[in-house]
Design a protein around this ligand. Structure first.
Ligand code: KIV
Ligand code: ZN
Length: 515
């Protein structure tokens, strides 16, 4: 059985998805979960792209011990130097240097000749290898490169000190047959190919990213690059959960497997979906809500007789299980702390106390507090820890079919002062948002509003996502509460607070760099 290394790029290529803006705490939370999942390498960002990216790569590099942390760099000295500053304290410093390799990219994007590209790649890899023990080189747009040129570039890159060679399908153009040929060609035509690990990185523009990744593995790739839920630039990247489960379930065919702790998959998917504000479609392979639901009578009958009739993946394999009551009103602090630790809690005493208070409050309103509820409370507290500026104190809404909805809100301002306001709206949520806009001294325009429940059931926690434009900056926000109106207010305030943080960073924190 071949071991395939998993290189997760959720925090770099995944974060390049339109509308995704993760803050430092959220990136750290995802990084810790990726470590629990057991990814071999995680790409934490692109340090030279912004102050925010630099800081999060540095923090993740210092925090994560059991996965190798890497950062992206263009083939230029300043990017490599910046990446070193961000990554030098990691357990195993690793850099990912890239330059374009297809005729169209070299001519129009770089305005360089093929010889100049080889020369620049060699210089950069040599510089990177003088600092980093592990150097990955990516020949961007490799799937549209000319094979003899690609083989030359790869050989020179290995000679210069690259330890991993990645051949990306940057624009999601290739097919399984073609990518298989590209890897087989490199194996046959690059003299030093056995000295390095070959890596595959695929985009999903034609819906073939996972199939292409598996074809590359069959033809010699020992590392696969992917993102959780397949999030990423345009149509996204190859989905980590689909590749790892396909390899596991079809070991007989691929004779290869990853070392991932597959039962962490569902939780990782939910966390990324929540923090990236990108819902997982119900019919999504492996992690969709319907992935294990059997609707038709014939299928249900078959399942009752023998599960293997219709079930090729067990829900338990990927950590999908019936949510059951875990703790209740009478649970003490110790039992609660143990449960949080099991869920990956890594906060301080203040954060613990906040989650414990929210839990006790929830116990008064909800019959059964499940693991999913605790996880929702925990992520909300952990990821908002450093950014509260406005703080909701109370919200009251007057609604009736024949009345004009009115909201009254008490709020703590960033100055610490407590203020009260009221306003009307055409609905309850609008009345709340009009009131908040007055307090915040808007204008704040609402671009998107979505609501869902943490679990089923009439007493479930509500989760609201909003996208707002405030002070010229678009930000998303999240709020969880037992009541939908309170969750709506919290989400809006969270989005405004995130705007304030971004302004404090001179808007740099979430800038996306064109690469
Ligand atoms: O898609 C791509 O080519 C990339 C590279 C930077 C590896 O993301
Ligand atoms: Zn990519």
């Amino acid at each position: 059985m071949r071991k395939i290394n998993v290189f997760d790029t959720t925090l770099r290529d995944g974060e390049q998805s339109a509308g995704v803006n993760l803050n430092l705490e959220e990136k750290l939370e995802i990084a810790r979960q990726l470590e629990r999942l057991g990814v071999d390498i995680m790409e934490a960002g692109f340090p030279a792209s912004s102050k925010g990216d630099f800081q999060s790569v540095q923090q993740i590099a210092k925090t994560i011990k059991n996965s190798s942390v890497t950062g992206l760099a263009r083939a230029v000295q300043s990017d490599i130097d910046t990446a070193w500053e961000a990554l030098k304290d990691s357990a195993e410093p690793r850099i990912h240097v890239f330059i374009a390799s297809s005729p169209i990219h070299m001519q129009y994007k770089l305005n360089m000749t093929p010889d100049q590209v080889v020369e620049r790649a060699v210089q950069s890899i040599k510089l990177a290898a003088s600092k980093f023990p592990q150097v990955q080189f990516s020949a961007e747009d490799a799937s549209r490169a000319e094979l003899p040129f690609l083989a030359r570039l790869v050989e020179e890159a290995i000679q210069a000190g690259a330890t991993v060679i990645n051949l990306p399908d940057t624009v999601g153009f290739t097919t399984p047959h073609e990518i298989g040929n590209m890897f087989a060609y490199m194996k046959q035509n690059v003299p030093s190919i056995e000295k390095v690990i070959l890596s595959t990185h695929n985009h999903d523009d034609l819906g073939m990213a996972v199939a292409n990744s598996l074809a590359a593995i069959q033809n010699g790739a020992g590392q696969v690059e992917c993102t959780v839920n397949g999030i990423g630039e345009r149509a996204g990247n190859a989905a980590l959960e689909e590749i790892s489960v396909a390899l596991n379930i079809r070991k007989d065919y691929y004779k290869a497997d990853t070392g991932l702790t597959l039962k962490e998959i569902k939780r990782t998917s939910s966390l990324v979906s929540k923090l990236a504000n990108m819902p997982v479609p119900g019919n999504k392979a492996v992690v969709g809500a319907n992935a294990f639901a059997h609707e038709s009578g014939i299928h249900q009958d078959g399942m009752l007789k023998n599960k293997e009739t219709y079930e090729i993946i067990t829900p338990e394999l990927v950590g999908v299980s019936e949510s059951s009551m875990v703790l209740g009103k009478h649970s003490g602090r110790h039992a609660f702390k143990d449960k949080l630790t099991e869920l990956g809690f890594a906060g301080d005493n203040t954060q613990f106390q906040q989650i414990f208070d929210a839990f006790k409050d929830l116990c008064d309103k909800k019959k059964e507090v499940t693991e999913d509820d605790l996880y929702a409370l925990m992520t909300e507290t952990m990821t908002d820890a450093i950014q509260e500026s406005y703080e909701l104190q109370t919200v009251q809404v007057n609604y009736g079919t024949n009345n004009i909805p009115t909201a009254a809100i008490t709020m703590k301002l960033p100055t610490g002062e407590i203020t009260q306001e009221a306003a009307t709206g055409s609905g309850s949520v609008e009345a709340i948002y009009n009131t908040l806009e007055r307090i915040i001294d808007g204008p704040v325009s609402l671009r998107d509003y979505r609501i869902q429940s943490v679990n089923g059931g009439g007493d479930a926690l509500a989760e609201v996502y909003v996208q707002v434009k405030y002070d010229g900056i678009e930000s998303s926000g999240r709020g969880t509460a037992h009541d939908v109106l309170e969750a709506s207010a919290k989400a809006y305030i969270n989005a405004v607070n995130r705007t304030l943080i971004r302004k404090a960073y001179g808007q740099e924190q979430n800038n996306k760099v064109n690469i």
